[in-house]
Design a protein around this ligand. Structure first.
Ligand code: BGC
Length: 470
């Protein structure tokens, strides 16, 4: 393709438009340094109220050691589906005995909180009945994948909705209380103690059962976020957990890195496309970093670039289509399909045809280049953020060299053909003194919620919250 001068000219024009997405190593180092500052702000006693990166305490103070056991219920809410699971933990496995998916209709995602929690309680009730667990009041691990100010393991105030949810009457409220009230309204079954966890924490805990050096959990799916084990003495925002000199106690911190940039810290790298995605989202100004990275938004960024380049007559002969001009029509999964090594070209043709676009070989090449640029920026930004965490853990522990494991989940990481490779390569360059192992978590957030509950149920942690493990 390279020799035709007209083609060369088109490609070089396209490259100019895509330049705004390129983030060289030095820029990523700079971004990582900014995030490092924001971590300190989020953890600080007097600064956390206004911090863009919330650094939320999770009250999870221990990772599993492999001796946990018992039967647990888990609820996993964080996307368009939610799951109910019955999980058995014993010496050598965390087994999903049974699980059930329940859809959350779009109108319920933006309806009232009461409707949402009644729906959750109804699905949980149906599950408990069908599994004959009704008389058992099992402890429940509740994975709720939104930013929450956790007061205790079973008291968790929703700060704000993200990822397309916007139910009324829930922000500022204790989510565990809303769940329990909905169960009581029904009155036909009961649950034991509840442990609330974020999906990042669940992912870390479920991987931690197998690999005890797993002390970071990361999600790159519909949304993005990470948690890690922080030294308790640095968590200044939690009262009543003072640490004595020389003690090595830790607490898992849910960073909520999706909020990075909400105070303008990423202004220099935001493109006109990012600004448009934010403007047309249901939560403008919120979760700036997430909107550059996660599955809910990547497809839309690509669509906006496609529209722009078509209007500039660099694609599709300058002709857009109704579908291409409609927000949300270019799904994030298309990016993975287009970038596939073997079937990429075939997939691209089909996707463009379904969008009502007529393409030639050059168009196919450019569309792939756009997808690659957007997914690659996402992987590099995640790498910068993850490097901030591993570097921090290493410095916290005064080590020259850190060996650690990250538990990961999320469709962008799992399904994109080279996202994980690009992320891993880049994080190794940004954190050269760290030896990082990545484990993809299977059923992580559900199993992990059960693990948190199981760790609490071990006798020595009972004092934390009078956790009732019946
Ligand atoms: C939420 C996080 C969550 C992440 C991944 C974000 O939108 O704020 O709490 O961990 O999505 O699901």
């Amino acid at each position: 393709m390279g020799k035709d001068p007209q083609l060369e000219e088109t490609l070089s024009k396209v490259q100019k438009y895509l330049e705004c997405f390129h983030l060289p190593l030095e820029k990523l180092q700079e971004i990582s340094a900014r995030l490092k500052k924001d971590f300190n702000r989020g953890l600080g006693k007097h600064t956390h109220h206004r911090a863009a990166v919330k650094m939320l305490p999770t009250f999870v103070t221990a990772t599993p050691d492999g001796t946990e056991k018992g039967d647990f219920l888990a609820l996993d809410l964080g996307g368009t589906n939610f799951r109910v699971l019955h999980i058995r933990v014993n010496e050598d496995e965390q087994r999903v005995m049974k699980s059930q998916n329940c859809a959350i209709p779009q109108e319920m995602m933006v309806g009232t909180g009461e409707q949402l929690f009644d729906h959750i309680a109804a699905c949980l009730g149906e599950f408990v009945n069908s599994q004959d667990l009704k008389g058992q009041t099992l402890p429940l691990g509740f994975t709720f994948s939104f930013p929450c100010e956790q007061k205790e393991i079973d008291k968790s105030i929703l700060i704000r909705w993200t990822k397309g949810f916007n139910c009324s009457g829930v922000e500022g409220e204790d989510v565990v209380k809303l769940l329990k009230e909905a169960i009581h309204r029904r009155g036909d079954y009961d649950i034991g103690s509840v442990a609330m966890v974020n999906d990042t924490v669940g992912t870390m805990m479920s991987c931690g059962y197998k690999d005890q050096s797993c002390e970071i959990g990361m999600i790159i799916g519909t949304g993005t976020n990470a948690c890690y084990m922080e030294e308790l003495k640095n968590v200044k925002r939690v009262e009543g957990m003072e640490v004595k000199e020389g003690e090595n106690r830790r607490m898992c911190i849910n960073t909520e890195w999706g909020g990075f940039g909400d105070d303008g810290a990423l202004k220099d790298i935001l493109t006109e496309y990012d600004e448009e995605v934010d403007r047309t989202s249901i939560n403008p100004g919120i979760h700036t970093f997430e909107k550059m990275i996660s599955g809910m938004y990547l497809g839309e960024i690509v669509r906006l670039v496609l529209v722009k380049l078509t209007q500039e007559k660099l694609l599709f002969n300058g002709e857009t289509s109704k579908a291409l001009l409609t927000p949300g029509t270019f799904e994030t999964r298309f990016i993975s399909e287009i970038e596939k090594e073997d079937k990429g070209v075939e997939n691209t043709k089909k996707i463009l045809a379904d969008l009502g676009l007529t393409s030639n070989a050059v168009d196919l090449h450019i569309v792939r280049l756009i997808c690659d640029t957007i997914s690659s920026r996402s992987a590099r930004l995640c790498a910068a953020a993850l490097a901030t965490i591993v570097n921090r853990i290493r410095v916290n522990r005064k080590l020259d060299h850190l060996k650690t494991t990250v538990g990961v989940d999320g469709a962008v990481y799992r399904k994109h053909p080279n996202f994980s490779e690009e992320l891993q390569d880049m994080v190794r360059r940004l954190a050269p003194q760290c030896d990082i192992n990545f484990i993809v978590s299977e059923d992580g957030s559900g199993k992990g919620a059960a693990m948190v509950t199981a760790v609490l149920c071990k006798k020595k942690f009972k004092r934390l919250n009078e956790f009732n493990c019946a």
